[in-house]
Design a protein around this ligand. Structure first.
Ligand code: GDP
Length: 398
């Protein structure tokens, strides 16, 4: 989510490029390596053509839903936020927090969506990471947690310093090697600042996490594992928002951003329960869990017309499984629906599936009466899903 022009599309396309199944490290030949990335992108045809796209990173499946940043689209943003478990707020390092960043941030507040922040465009003249942190406090009233420091700025932006691992991550942009980062020792001229910010990080996390506070009070330096777990808990409860930086333009910081999505944003199974109510009775609460053995329940969040497939309904499945050719009920409208084909949508291709399960986002063909916001459920166990709330989950620390 972002203000228009912050770099949401570019960042997403970079993510799709680096998580692409065709992309393997070391495969880039000389020609492609020196080519401008946008040309590469066009050549490989990696553009976001669907409302939701699925990719994988570090053995995790990540579903990306685009939330338009323009003021005209706020209803659509709301619909997207409703089905998100976590969000990445993208900021322009020069402009910082802009009016629409504020709007989408407040909308995400309404749905208690845990967020991490990506300060993009660190290569631009006038980029200021720390000013952006200050604006997250003053404009959004949120508590940012810098988990990285920029290493250089503008044309000299070299990479990031990871304050959790206390390592430097260095890229040499636009070389084949630069497509993955090197992990190096923190440069001497950044060492003092890094230590200072690391201390600040541990203190801020401890203030927002009892388990880390105990270690902190005992004067014990947390292990990386303990620190990551504590940051994750504080992020999931929306007490803190980890902040990273980089530039989507030249892929400095996009891969650590993916690492952070996996480390700090919730999986569906981290969310204790999804709230709904019985059909025709809003006072009778019904809970659903990210469990394939529960009755099927899903929310339609976007209808799109595909030039080859016709009408596609994007759904997020909260519980149970869905199979092609079966009947379900649109419990919002009280209408029966038959599931035609089910597609998993990727950046530049779609994969037909015979079934889909809790936690997944898929596009379904053949739904007649379903519009965005409707709940689809198992006919024998109908439920109407409500706006999602994300209470702090319980996670054990190593
Ligand atoms: P969106 O509206 O948030 O989806 O933003 P886009 O991804 O379309 O980017 C808006 C503009 O900023 C485009 O002209 C991009 O080429 C440019 N842009 C995106 N990321 C970066 C970056 O990291 N550095 C610089 N200098 N420009 C960027």
């Amino acid at each position: 989510m972002a203000h228009i022009d912050a770099g949401k599309t570019t960042t997403t396309e970079r993510i799709l490029f680096y998580t692409g199944i065709n992309y393997k490290i070391g495969e880039t030949h000389e020609g492609a390596a020196t080519m401008d990335w946008m040309e590469q992108e066009q050549e490989r045809g990696i553009t976001i053509t669907s409302a939701a796209t699925t990719c994988s990173w570090l053995d995790h499946t990540i579903n990306i839903i685009d939330t338009p940043g323009h003021v005209d689209f706020t209803v659509e943003v709301e619909r997207s936020l409703r089905v998100l478990d976590g969000a990445v707020a993208v900021f322009d390092a020069v402009a910082g927090v802009e009016p629409q960043s504020e709007t989408v941030w407040r909308q995400a507040d309404r749905y208690d969506v845990p967020r991490i922040c990506f300060v993009n465009k660190m290569d631009r003249v006038g980029a200021e990471f720390h000013r952006c942190l200050d604006m997250i406090v003053s404009r959004l009233g949120a508590t940012p947690l810098a988990i990285q420091l920029p290493w250089g700025v503008e044309a000299d932006f070299k990479g990031v310093i990871d304050l959790v691992k206390m390592k430097g991550l260095l890229w040499s942009a636009e070389t084949a090697k630069g497509e993955m980062y090197d992990v190096v020792d923190i440069p001497a001229d950044h060492a003092d600042a890094a230590r200072e910010w690391r201390d600040k990080l541990v203190e801020t996390v401890a203030e927002n996490d009892d388990e880390l506070m105990e270690l902190f009070l005992e004067g014990v330096e947390p292990t990386e594992e303990q620190l990551v777990a504590a940051i994750r808990r504080a992020t999931l409860s929306s007490a803190l928002h980890p902040v990273l930086c980089g530039t989507a333009f030249k892929n400095k910081g996009v891969q650590p951003l993916l690492d952070a999505i996996v480390a700090y944003l919730p999986a569906p199974t981290d969310i204790p329960a999804f709230q709904g109510h019985a059909v025709g009775n809003e006072d009778q609460a019904v809970e659903r869990h990210a469990d394939v053995n529960e009755p099927f329940a899903a929310l339609a969040f976007k209808i799109m017309s595909d030039q080859h497939l016709g009408k596609l309904t994007y759904i997020r499945i909260y519980s149970g499984t869905l199979e092609t050719g079966t009947g379900v009920i649109n419990s919002t409208k009280g209408k029966k629906e038959r599931i035609g084909k089910i597609y998993q949508m990727h950046a530049n291709k779609r994969e037909e599936r015979s079934s889909a399960a809790a936690g997944q986002i898929v596009a379904v063909m053949g739904l007649k009466d379903t519009t965005t916001g409707d709940t689809l459920s198992d006919a024998a166990n109908p439920v109407v899903l409500e706006s999602m709330n994300f209470p702090a989950p319980v996670i054990n620390v190593a």
